[in-house]
Design a protein around this ligand. Structure first.
Ligand code: ZN
Length: 353
């Protein structure tokens, strides 16, 4: 008898909006047509069993994101200067509008979901589900007026910072080997932002925060602690990964870690080397499951924003990862939890809707 088919994956992070936005002016790829460019489009998502995920609004810095793809350049190209509010708001509107236009153009195939009932029914009906996520809060003013408006527009997940500083807090620069304790935590405005997110039901994403910022949120937030796209520091001691103490706090809050597929966060040597076998991903999942329990681990691929293991390739390679996990001993119930059930539980507890 054949093994059961794999459950649909709901994924904690992609940078597909920026990837589509950048390519819109030039060579172009369509979200609705199969392409060899980038990692996610709708046909490849269907082929890979991706049921949806968090669509990040990521705001490139002064150096354009295109530079990120130059050989030999890493994420460092985008670090540095804080973004000003008018630029950040203009860009956040452009990328959010792109998501809403994709939904409109999809003729019902894609749905921007605002609550877990809609997410559950989208997964059940085979509609591609998107959650609007801001990766860094630069588009939000200190009075948090924009937060109220973005929430009404559909924002349901917010990373307080990307790997740079803003008025709310400090992000971790990318470094290996390095502790995530690289600088200060939240500002007073950052503390107010966490409270406002709790009140509205916007998930606070801890990926990219300094360790001090992480503990600030842990002390302030009354919701599960969530890192949408990170990995285990004990295996890969990169500044972006989570220490055992952070994993303990996430477990205690009944939160979740979405495993980032970026090779330099997965590999013990921290190298940006796509020749990274699936076993390295399986080992990260094992470690996270050992420390957090099977109910608190999920995926946060970083598709369209990171260097994938070539064994995975793009989103159409997801069944190879699930197959490797199954062969390693994860049964159907465990795979369902990793694939989407854990995300649904945490979002229900966070959004309270
Ligand atoms: Zn990120």
């Amino acid at each position: 008898m054949n093994a059961a088919p794999f459950p649909l994956v709901f994924d904690g992070h992609n940078d597909t909006l920026l990837s589509l936005y950048e390519e819109a002016g030039g060579k172009g790829r369509s979200f609705f047509e199969h392409s060899e460019q980038g990692h996610i489009d709708l046909p490849r998502a269907r082929a890979g069993g991706l049921g949806g995920g968090f669509f990040a609004v990521f705001l490139p810095g002064i150096t354009t994101a295109a530079d990120l793809r130059q050989p030999g350049q890493g994420f460092e190209a985008l670090e540095g200067a804080p973004l000003d509010l008018p630029y950040a708001q203009r860009m956040a509107l452009a990328l959010s509008a792109l998501l809403f236009r994709l939904e409109a153009k999809s003729a019902g195939a894609m749905r921007v979901v605002l609550d877990t009932a809609a997410l559950r029914s989208a997964l059940r009906e085979g509609l591609f589900a998107a959650v609007l996520h801001f990766e860094g809060a630069e588009a939000i003013d200190p009075d948090l007026d924009a937060l109220e408006v973005y929430y009404r527009a559909g924002l349901r997940s917010l990373g307080l910072v990307w790997s740079r500083a803003n008025i709310f807090g400090h992000g971790v620069p990318f470094a290996y080997p390095s502790s995530p304790d690289t600088g200060p935590g939240l500002t007073d405005a950052g503390r107010r932002l966490v409270h406002a997110c709790n009140r509205l039901g916007i998930m606070v994403d801890l990926s990219h925060l300094t360790e001090r910022g992480f503990w600030d949120v842990a002390a302030l937030s009354d919701r599960p602690l969530v890192a949408t796209h990170s990995a285990a520091h004990a295996i890969c001691p990169c500044s972006r990964n989570l220490t055992d103490q952070q994993l303990d706090a996430i477990k205690e809050s009944d939160g979740l870690v979405g495993l980032n597929f970026e090779v330099s966060f997965l590999r013990p040597d921290g190298e940006k080397n796509p020749d990274t076998p699936l076993e390295v991903m399986v080992r990260q999942v094992d470690y996270l499951v050992e420390h957090l329990g099977i109910d608190r681990v999920a995926f946060g691929s970083d598709f369209d924003g990171a260097t994938m293991p070539s064994a995975l390739g793009d989103v159409s390679g997801l069944p190879r990862l699930l197959s490797a996990l199954r062969e390693h001993g994860y049964d159907d119930e465990a795979l369902r939890k990793l694939a989407h059930e854990n995300w649904l539980r945490v979002l229900r507890a966070t959004w309270q809707a």
